[in-house]
Ligand binder design. Sequence first.
Ligand SMILES: [Zn+2]
Length: 499
Amino acid sequence: MNKNKSFYITTTLPYVNATPHVGFALELIRADVIARYKKFQGYDVFFNTGTDEHGKKLWEASQKNGQNVQDYVDEYASRFRNLKGLLNISEDIHFIRTTDLNHIVAVSEFWIKCQENGFIYKKNYKAKYCTGCELYKTDSELNEKGECLLHPGKPLELIDEENYFFKFSEFQDKLLEFYDNNPKFVIPDFRFNEIKSFVKAGLEDFSISRMASKMPWGIPVPGDKSQVIYVWFDALVNYISTLGWPKVCMNKVPHSNIGVCMPGEDLFAKYWGEGEVVQYCGKDNLRQQSAMWQAMLMACGLSCSNHIIIDGFITGEGGVKMSKSLGNTFNPYDIVDEYGAEALRYFLLKEISPFEDSPFTVERFKSAYNANLANGLGNLVSRLMNMLVAYDINISGISFEPIVSGELDKSYDNFELNKVMDIIWNKISELDQFIQESEPYKKIKVEPDQAKIDLLKMTQDLACIATSLFPLMPKTSEKIIELLKTRQKPETPLFLRKE
Ligand SMILES: [Zn+2]
């Protein structure tokens, strides 16, 4: 056990200009599984998510709706907050909003530190900018029509104004050295190689502010009210503002009217300083999380993250991108309505590749659901519990320990949650097989003692399966454990078969 060791895990913060999509549900569920697993191992876990709520797109959308911008973002933030209940996410998850006062204070302080350390300067900025990526694009990064490769059809914005810049170019050697010293920093390896190549090719300073007259919805640049802090120097700081960084008690934040005091435990020292720091993100966030954010931390004099885990994308059938016009998108809310959150967790964890792009179709979902949940696990629980009750078997001596498997631990350590699921589902199949071969329903009449021994072994196996399922499918795990502890048949099937 790792008593009192601390562990920090976070998702990225989705921008709240749309309803949550399944890609974010995937990220949140995976991070939740790791958070629960680490807690199970005895770690003190801090689990973070939240919403990115500043920027021009939100300002414009709120104005179009005739709404106050804070009301507008409040409404969207609540939809993301609701994912916690919807997807059976850990109760104690921390939800940070970039409009929270402590975040605003942290962003100002982060800026001031980087500026004092000499990494921020002002210059004229002319660029082609993709608001989809929130990154400027060089011509080599555009398609033949001059559009972003990730956002074809979306016109690039031409920016020509004076902005503050972050001296990203000074961090090439430091980042490469950091990567060398941390061979598991980005997982999987092919993404790590991708970011190493990007950094090796040379880094360009990036813009970190916009004119306040053009973008009124943002955090003011300390000491220059004509500018607001732009996306990455605002949003990325959430990973530490959620921990109460900078943990300073002050009457007034420099250059603002904000007064704040952070009481209590130094969560930043505990989780970011002494703990292991893991960040989940999609492949479109590789550069921001594993290079830009790490350089920003270095510039501020703070320690870097420990692992960045890069998810692939969920696609339609045949790997085609999901889009409304192709009609192959779906919403996590609809899936949960029809099949329940545990089934969605099952599918995303077991049937979606941890790192590669994977297709999600309702047909695939339904067939996996029927085969492995309705017929597989659900049927197994019903059969076994029915026999235990019918033959009045005393199962009070069984223990609730997880499956013992080095392979399972290794899969968790490598963030290969599909392999974890495979190991558990192999145990489920083995148990099914054992029931079929040992035929306790026949044996109980001719060799009752042996039948009881077999049934106890099966029950113990099911208890291990249910315990191991807890991080992955917490409600299912709790239900099975409850049935075992009270020796009851399920009143309704765990997973109803879908026609
Ligand atoms: Zn783009």
